[in-house]
Design a protein around this ligand. Sequence first.
Ligand SMILES: NC(=O)c1ccc[n+]([C@@H]2O[C@H](COP(=O)([O-])OP(=O)(O)OC[C@H]3O[C@@H](n4cnc5c(N)ncnc54)[C@H](O)[C@@H]3O)[C@@H](O)[C@H]2O)c1
Ligand SMILES: O=C/C=C/C=C(\O)C(=O)O
Length: 486
Amino acid sequence: MKEIKHFINGQYVGSASGKLFDNVNPVNGQLIAKVHEAGETEVDAAVKAARAALKGPWGRMTVAERTEILHRVADGITARFDEFLEAECQDTGKPKSLASHIDIPRGAANFKVFADLIKNVATEAFEMATPDGAGALNYAVRRPKGVIGVISPWNLPLLLMTWKVGPALACGNTVVVKPSEETPSTTALLGEVMNAAGVPAGVYNVVHGFGGDSAGAFLTAHPDVDAITFTGETGTGETIMRAAAKGVRQVSLELGGKNAGIVFADCDLDKAIEGTLRSAFANCGQVCLGTERVYVERPIFDEFVARLKAGAEALKIGEPNDPEANFGSLVSHKHREKVLSYYQKAKDEGATVVTGGGVPEMPAHLAGGAWVQPTIWTGLPDDSAVVTEEIFGPCCHIRPFDTEEEAIELANSLPYGLASAIWTENASRAHRGAGQIEAGIVWVNSWFLRDLRTAFGGSKQSGIGREGGVHSLEFYTELKNVCIKL
Ligand SMILES: NC(=O)c1ccc[n+]([C@@H]2O[C@H](COP(=O)([O-])OP(=O)(O)OC[C@H]3O[C@@H](n4cnc5c(N)ncnc54)[C@H](O)[C@@H]3O)[C@@H](O)[C@H]2O)c1
Ligand SMILES: O=C/C=C/C=C(\O)C(=O)O
């Protein structure tokens, strides 16, 4: 049986405890590998390696040398594209048709974009007057923050992990990554690419394990970790923030959401249906930016519901290798239990089930998979659990509205504020709505259209801080002001 080991100081190592956990393919329930679970010993070794590497060749490299290596990392991912694709799809159950144009290319791009950015970004300078008339000059320089703890989730494993590791390394830091216990494979494989690209030992370290009382908690509690960047659930973010308070370590938190889509009657309906279908059902609904609440202006409500239903029913459910499949399984049976509990709750709360609501019939060889049907509801009250809590499954609730003010108020009614999509051909309304929506990201007539130079993050309980472009550089560097008296 294949074993997945930690990657510490440039080498794959097992756990001293000998503790292993299962990595299971959610499509068929088969065991993919046994994964080593890190204890405090391995986490400490990884942090020590990361600390030492800051003082080694990595710390002495010029930006040009460092960024050349990061380009080689990106090229290394691309050169082994099929292996990354296979590993990602086995861990998650997502269609290869999706991962081959989102997850893996973005994994490579995350290294190139931030390597190029760091070469081209200026810092501030201020000339000032002094009483003696000679003046002074202030200028800022960026220095790496140090050892960064990276904790990543399972929904877009390579994409979301490299979204942090790319800029962290571009800025000259070293990292210890704790990938989700559900999806360790691509984070582990990246170690080989790092070695081949000439990344010095100790710069990129990986420890595997769970969250509480396991690798995640040990890493966030480690006093020699300088900053923690985390993507995952809001509740976990609170726990991590508490851990980071000890020693006053900075956090960047990209958390959960319950995102709203607002569809005005003046929209281009074809675009709105296509975009909402993707935002509700892509990656089996396991996208933090996904739309689980859809508000539709009353004159087009019935037509919208009918067309979204037809679109959902036309999705082709299948295993990753099925070239026609555009809808995979959920990440695990545990997650399926959670999603199905909401499917039940929707019925209990009095929803009209427009489509789905259960488990699809699959051929015998896939019967053991974590499948659920794409699901649409209408008719739920605004305060029902299904409308207010993040489900993270392929489902949405559609509710009619009558005025622009009402739609904005509904969109803003929850404590989350990650992303929103507005569908309208009226430019004034689009700008007005975008300005009023309480979210870190608003798309108009699109969804998940990403320019990596832009600020990315959530407001309210969807996160703290922004990453992306220069905002990533802000988090991953310490800005030092130098004041020169002339
Ligand atoms: N805002 C964003 O950019 C964004 C992106 C993707 C996913 N998400 C959110 O992530 C969630 C789904 O991912 P998930 O289920 O893997 O999230 P999760 O919070 O359960 O786990 C995320 C990571 O945190 C670790 N972890 C759990 N408890 C921990 C603890 N006490 N200390 C340290 N580490 C701990 C896990 O092992 C995993 O690696 C959803 O809520 C989704 O909205 C947010
Ligand atoms: O599931 C959440 C998706 C997040 C996407 C990104 O972080 C990104 O595109 O950079």
